[in-house]
Design a protein around this ligand. Sequence first.
Ligand SMILES: [Zn+2]
Length: 268
Amino acid sequence: MKILLTVGHSILKSGACTSADGRPYGGVLEYSYNKGIVNRIAEYLRTAEHAVDVLICPELQFSKSTDEKTYKLERANSGGYDLVAELHLNASKLHNARGCEVLYTSAEGKKVAQRISDQLATAFKNRGISDRDNLYMLTKTNPVAVMIESFFCDSSADCEIAEKTDVALLIATGIHGAEIATDSGANGAEENESFLYRVQTGAFRSRDNADRLRADLVGKGYEAFVAVADVDGILYRVQVGAFQNKENADKMKSRLQADGFDAIIVRA
Ligand SMILES: [Zn+2]
């Protein structure tokens, strides 16, 4: 099969991530987790003789999440793919839900979704598969398509299981439809996340204080946002920009300091 693996969501120009963030609840950032395992899924599938491309939205370029749609659909519909599988993680309002779920809309998609679901359910609570007609990666893609919600990013219990499980292998096996021979030594523990330099102008326990500083920054023309972190309780970090390159982060830091703001560079 010719397969396209896509990572759901992106990091926008402002540095904000469009995905769910389970970190304040002892979980993981959906986007980073999937970016961390996508290449391993691809490797497993190549071992099983599939041709695989990986698609991750460019970081720090889009101004809004809908830019992801155009970017991905153009590529998903022009590569001659038999299957498009997009990686997501679930999240719930009360941060208390658990389990795996795979979404599809076509009859062919249903079969693939069932196989992936059966694999993921060997590790996670089984929420089954569901037919969804309101998701563009399912309805606007020409190849057979599935969206995989491997587990809940805001469930520390699910994330604990994920840490001990080769989730990439489960997904690859489900897509392939049969066991994949693996080198011993491959496991789910190592992830190659790339880090960004973020310029932080303040960190607050109170959301109001963070929002006030953010508004101040936005008023002065900065694209500031509030990132939520869990450091002995919830911490609201006000950040401006995210950079792959340290020099650019330094420049932003100097600009902010010249404007009278505190600024430090953090890696995340
Ligand atoms: Zn998602």
